[in-house]
Design a protein around this ligand. Structure first.
Ligand SMILES: C[S@@+](CC[C@H](N)C(=O)[O-])C[C@H]1O[C@@H](n2cnc3c(N)ncnc32)[C@H](O)[C@@H]1O
Length: 400
């Protein structure tokens, strides 16, 4: 059975239990390996893990998100909330309609385009369509897939959709990023006693391997020093974890470009004290391949997704540095229930079989054991007159 891309819900697999790739996929992966070999050699024999993750996910034509594999849904590698149930998009449409945040919706990293299509259809029903629905997506192949999904679902609304190459300047609106930040490349560090290392990727006997190099980068050294002051990391002896500077820089830049509006970040992660708990001593990095989750990012290059959880405290700091306020922080389950998930589901005219399916979807979206608790929603706002919805009960901002 396919499972939501919840780290706890995906079936855990040992790397040797994974289904072998077909010959075409294997050849594709070898082409990417050749590129990596050249890149690693040109860099003196090793590249930082962040650079490796960037290449295997986003190398033009070869990276996981840049090639034609299915990725999303039952025939792919993982299922995200918009793929799991249209109820997720209907709740977000309710959020957009009541946001009072201008006439642009900007979705960043729109995957298959299902969320965009469903939000647009729902807003059309409510006569609350935005003047434009902009999508910022790095992958040309996914842009094409998004266009086809929207054209199939609501061709009359396609003209409102615009694909962007970069974040727009000085705009007002609602920004939606579902499972975007976890797909951004991370830096990995290791603490061994008093010594600090950064994890690199090198070649060992013709295979990719990890290599820890003494840490020299001031930004990462300073961050680890702060983490040691703020968390139980102070007691760490041998500890591997990660920092997502790319996501932080992206959010700070977005905040500076947003004139007025709200940014909704939906992703799995924790406040800092839980993320960098001394017992979480091998980090949060996880790979997804054909609905199996496993921890080895060096296998199947270009064929599997690699993700890391989000330190929401770091994201809150980045939002503040970008001039935004933190308007709410909640588990996905509470956020959707606050937005009226149960009433939204109740409005459907359903037969008995459909009712059963909807009730399963509600459980998957909200239960602590499924996506409800590990996924969090953080809203960052700027210059808004209305109260941001979705956080009326169980707002967890005090944990950030
Ligand atoms: C895990 S997928 C999530 C897709 C979709 N939001 C969903 O929930 O099904 C991550 C998406 O983010 C895109 N992406 C990653 N980094 C990006 C960036 N810096 N700007 C825009 N899109 C990005 C990927 O190409 C991919 O579409």
């Amino acid at each position: 059975m396919s499972r939501p891309k919840s780290p706890s819900a995906a079936r855990r697999a040992r790397p040797d239990e994974l289904p072998p790739p077909g010959s075409e996929a294997y050849a594709h992966s070898l082409r990417l390996l050749e590129k990596l070999h050249t890149q690693i050699s040109a860099n003196g024999g090793a590249i930082p893990f962040e650079q490796y993750m960037q290449a295997v996910l986003y190398q033009p034509d070869l990276g996981y998100y840049r090639c034609g594999s299915q990725k999303f849904g039952i025939g792919g590698d993982f299922i995200t909330a918009p793929e799991l149930s249209p109820l997720f998009a209907r709740c977000l449409a309710a959020f957009v309609a009541q946001s009072g945040a201008g006439d642009t919706v900007l979705e960043v990293g729109a995957g298959s385009g299902k969320l965009a299509a469903c939000i647009l259809q729902q807003l059309e029903k409510q006569q609350a369509l935005p003047a434009r629905y902009a999508i910022l997506e790095l992958s040309g192949e996914l842009r094409q897939r998004q266009r086809e999904t929207i054209e199939r679902a609501c061709p009359q609304l396609l003209e409102r959709v615009q694909w962007l190459d970069d974040l727009p300047e000085n705009f007002a609106g609602v920004v939606i990023a579902n499972e975007l930040l976890d797909a951004m490349p991370v830096r990995r560090f290791r603490i061994r006693g008093q010594q600090l290392f950064e994890q690199y990727v090198a070649w060992c006997d013709g295979l990719l391997c990890f290599r820890d190099q003494p840490l020299g980068d001031v930004r990462l050294i300073d961050r680890i020093a702060s983490l040691r002051e703020q968390t139980t990391l102070v007691d760490a002896e041998n500890y591997l974890s990660e920092v997502n500077f790319m996501a932080e820089d992206w959010l700070r830049t977005l905040g500076k470009k947003l004139q007025r509006g709200v940014v909704l970040l939906i992703d799995y992660g924790y406040p800092r004290s839980a993320y960098y708990h001394v017992q979480r001593n091998s980090g949060t990095l996880m790979c997804h391949y054909q609905h199996r989750a496993h921890p080895d990012p060096l296998i199947l290059p270009g064929l599997q997704d690699i993700t890391a959880h989000i330190d929401f405290t770091a994201m809150a700091d980045a939002a503040l540095a970008g001039g935004m306020d933190i308007a709410g922080f909640a588990t996905q389950g509470n956020f959707l229930l606050n937005l009226g998930l149960l009433d939204i589901a109740e409005h459907e005219q359903l037969d008995e079989r459909e009712r059963l399916a909807v009730s399963t979807e509600i459980k998957q979206l909200t239960l602590d054991t499924e996506m409800g608790e590990q996924f969090k929603v953080m809203a960052c706002s700027k210059d808004l007159d209305v109260r941001v919805r979705g956080f009326e009960h169980n707002d967890l901002r005090h944990l950030l």
